[in-house]
Design a protein around this ligand. Structure first.
Ligand code: AMP
Ligand code: MG
Length: 409
């Protein structure tokens, strides 16, 4: 078996995933969903409106207004937000106006209430009959003009982007009440091994709690995917087979297992998968998590992550998260790394290494140090970490103060 680079393994995996179908949902449930359509804007804002509480005026009327010699205007209208003024302002006139209210015809600026003799901003206060202006205003001052934020026809959100809070707000501004988004993919998850017991169980000698189910379920959910929990498969062919069949019956888009893929491990998984599909065992030039199984069962992609808790986590981040991203319809599935400076010298073994690290900012620079021994069963070292430090393949040591990429966790 030859050694695959991390990149080669990722490419092979991603070639088996395409986006799931789209569905139309109310905007209220679309947070975190992936857009399945581009969004074209209408004019935003939709009408010229005031950005201040004050008085809509003709800028030309106030050219000579100063605190020492204020100019008096006649207030001919009161325009609260939500109203539609039908007046046309003439010279010498003003209209009291609230933030967000439409600019009346004839007006070309808004004088802030602070620059007048009328300071009462309480809702419900009647507008004054006249107002003294203590300042001049520029044409257009304090007016948000129609289309100044976005133009009709402008593409403002794109297929394949995950919807954030501000995106939803913008869609609501446009009056988009329903949206085409990709449905949530479903990942079936199982742990495998005779030593594994559910978290509620009293352990007998030699047994351990199944922790990977908890770590991986949370990661899958975080990646925007529904989790179909299949529980623990004992090292026994029929039991494994029935869990895989359950995944198919539940219409999983992806089956993820942990353990049972290391060389020497009893490979019941291989037997089961190959009875109804295809399975490749790869040795990936990475650490932790060299062994990786990938194939399909009944036409559903299957990913066998290593069993050691840290390896399962790193394997998920490196291989499963991008695959889920592609299923979910995300346009970009590669992760952005940050550049960090090393607070200690680091030894590696030439494999592409994902080391547990703590990143701290000191005077504008991010410094990384490791969280203790990097055994792939040492989950505490991952709990103490806030980043994975990436040492590239072929590099055996990095000096103190050297630089490296890191993924923030
Ligand atoms: P294996 O890949 O089956 O050789 O497992 C490698 C190591 O990971 C062994 O020490 C297993 O006990 C451990 N392991 C496997 N699955 C899990 C799991 N779901 N939770 C915690 N540890 C596990
Ligand atoms: Mg095992």
């Amino acid at each position: 078996m030859n050694l695959l680079s991390v990149h080669e393994a990722q490419e092979r995996i991603l070639s088996h995933f395409k986006p799931v179908e789209a569905e139309t949902l109310p905007l209220t449930v679309c947070a975190g969903r992936v857009l399945a359509t581009d969004i074209i804007s209408s004019d935003l804002p939709l009408f010229d409106n005031s950005s201040m509480d004050g008085f809509a005026v003709m800028a030309g009327d106030l050219v000579n207004a100063t605190p020492a010699s204020p100019l008096t205007l006649r207030v001919v209208a009161d325009i609260p937000a939500g109203s539609a003024p039908d007046i046309i302002l003439a010279h010498g006139q003003a209209a009291r106006i609230m933030t967000g209210a439409p600019i009346p015809k004839g007006a070309d600026a808004v004088l802030m209430v602070e620059d007048t003799d009328f300071h009462n901003r309480n809702a419900g206060t009647a507008a004054p009959a006249t107002v003294k202006a203590f300042k001049s205003v520029k044409t257009g001052e304090n007016i948000r003009t129609r289309g100044m934020d976005a133009n009709a026809g402008q593409k403002i959100l794109f297929t394949g982007s995950r919807l954030r809070a501000q995106d939803l707000g913008l869609l609501a501004m446009l009056g988009v009440s329903h949206l085409s988004v990709y449905r949530k993919p479903k990942a079936a998850l199982l742990s495998s091994g005779d030593e594994l017991m559910p978290v509620e169980s009293q352990l007998k000698p030699g047994q351990i709690h199944d922790s990977n189910s908890y770590t991986l379920s949370a990661l899958i959910a975080q990646a925007g995917c529904e989790v179909l929990s299949l529980g623990i498969a004992p090292d026994e062919k029929d039991a494994i087979q029935s869990l895989f069949d359950r995944a198919i019956a539940m219409q999983a888009d992806l089956i993820i297992s942990s353990a049972g893929v290391s060389v020497g491990a009893l490979d019941y998984i291989k037997e089961v998968v190959e009875s109804n599909g295809k399975l490749d065992f790869w040795r990936v030039n990475m650490r932790p998590g060299k062994p990786l199984a990938f194939g399909d069962y009944g036409g559903v992609p299957f990913m066998g992550l290593p069993g050691n808790p840290v390896s399962a986590f790193v394997g998920f981040e490196v291989f499963a998260r991008p695959a889920i991203g592609q299923l979910a319809g995300l346009k970009t599935v590669t992760r952005t790394a940050v550049r960090v400076r090393l607070a200690e010298a680091i030894e590696s073994d030439g494999r592409e290494s994902y080391l547990r690290a703590i990143i701290e900012e000191r005077t504008g620079t991010l410094f990384a140090k490791l969280t203790g021994h990097q055994g792939s069963g040492n989950l505490l070292s991952l709990v103490q970490a806030n980043a994975l430090l990436i040492v590239p393949a072929g590099v055996k040591s990095l000096p103190i103060s050297g630089q490296a990429d890191a993924w923030i966790l």
